[in-house]
Design a protein around this ligand. Structure first.
Ligand SMILES: [Zn+2]
Length: 120
């Protein structure tokens, strides 16, 4: 992978990373709000529809935050691969992942045929 592409992907990944970090910050704030409003609500969830809604909202946001945290890890791993020169190489077959695919999913670790095989 040439220097120009490396620079392009580095910028792409850093931009992506900032966006995910912002999202995690927002979710954490939302979760804190939900937590404090839930604490002040009745503790009897089963007979309190509002409490149940808050629990569901909380669970949803925790799930989203976990997904974002995983995304952040994937981005950091991709940045590591950029540094050590293995970025863009399929982890399974070792072939170069097409640049067009990497532009859409810079955290991709498998080429399309390998990814398709794994999903099946
Ligand atoms: Zn492959």
């Amino acid at each position: 992978m040439d220097e120009q592409l490396r620079t392009e992907f580095e910028a792409l990944l850093h931009g992506h990373r900032r966006a995910v970090e912002d999202r995690i910050g927002e979710r954490t704030a939302e979760i804190d709000i939900l937590r404090s409003s839930r604490a002040s609500e009745f503790t009897d969830d089963e007979h309190d529809p509002e409490g149940t809604t808050l629990s569901a909202e909380w669970t949803l946001r925790e799930g989203l935050r976990e997904a974002d945290a995983a995304e952040l890890e994937a981005i950091d791993a991709a940045l590591d691969r950029l540094r050590d020169g293995t970025f863009g190489r399929c982890l399974r077959c070792g072939r170069q992942i097409p640049v067009e695919r990497l532009r859409i999913r810079p955290t991709a670790t498998l080429c399309v045929p390998c990814a398709a095989r794994r999903d099946r």
